[in-house]
Design a protein around this ligand. Structure first.
Ligand code: SF4
Ligand code: SF4
Length: 168
């Protein structure tokens, strides 16, 4: 009975197309939900670093100043956490798997970042003056009592520490 089944299977295989393909010369079309590798549409990226923080294996590095977004495809476990966390939806899972390589390397996406605006000294001085001119909030009698009590305690603590230092 067993050999009959085996013979039937062999005959069927002889006259049907092979199930396997000659990868990498031939490639199969992957279903759209395949988690191949992470791709970044860097023009939409704001370099917030959410993907880096979400990655459980530390495969992503974001350098906002340099405008570099890096991924180590050989470390990535295709969990898709980074894609889910990206606030700009600029990450996606490409259906293509990471290509074969003889050496491990990282993929870098670069975007020219605008130069940080220089702080205006006049604006800084204005802010300080504004803070000084702001009236102090009026305390209720209970709050004033609590403040006085806290000041008293702090003074007593300071005096005790000074006395201890003198005795040493
Ligand atoms: S989470 Fe998205 S927007 Fe933020 S750095 Fe990563 S890829 Fe860029
Ligand atoms: S898919 Fe997962 S492992 Fe790969 S870079 Fe994103 S968070 Fe990291």
């Amino acid at each position: 009975m067993g050999s009959f089944k085996l013979g039937k299977l062999t005959l069927r295989s002889l006259f049907s197309k092979p199930v396997t393909v000659r990868y990498p010369y031939e490639r199969r079309t992957q279903p759209p939900e395949t988690r191949g590798h992470v791709k970044n549409n860097v023009e939409d990226c704001i370099f917030c670093g959410m993907c880096q923080r979400a990655c459980p294996v530390g495969a992503i590095a974001v350098d906002r100043k340099a405008g570099n977004w890096e991924i180590d495809p050989f470390r990535c476990i295709s969990c898709k956490y980074c894609v889910r966390e990206c606030p700009k939806n600029c990450l996606e899972m490409d259906v293509e798997f990471t290509h074969c390589a003889t050496e491990m390397s990282v993929t870098v996406e670069h975007k020219d970042m605008p130069a940080p605006a220089a702080k205006k000294p006049a604006a800084k001085a204005g802010a300080a003056a504004g803070a000084a001119a702001r009236p102090k909030p009026k305390l209720t009698p209970e709050q004033e009592a609590r403040v006085a009590e806290a000041r008293k305690k702090a003074a007593a603590k300071k005096a005790a520490a000074a006395k201890a230092a003198k005795e040493e």
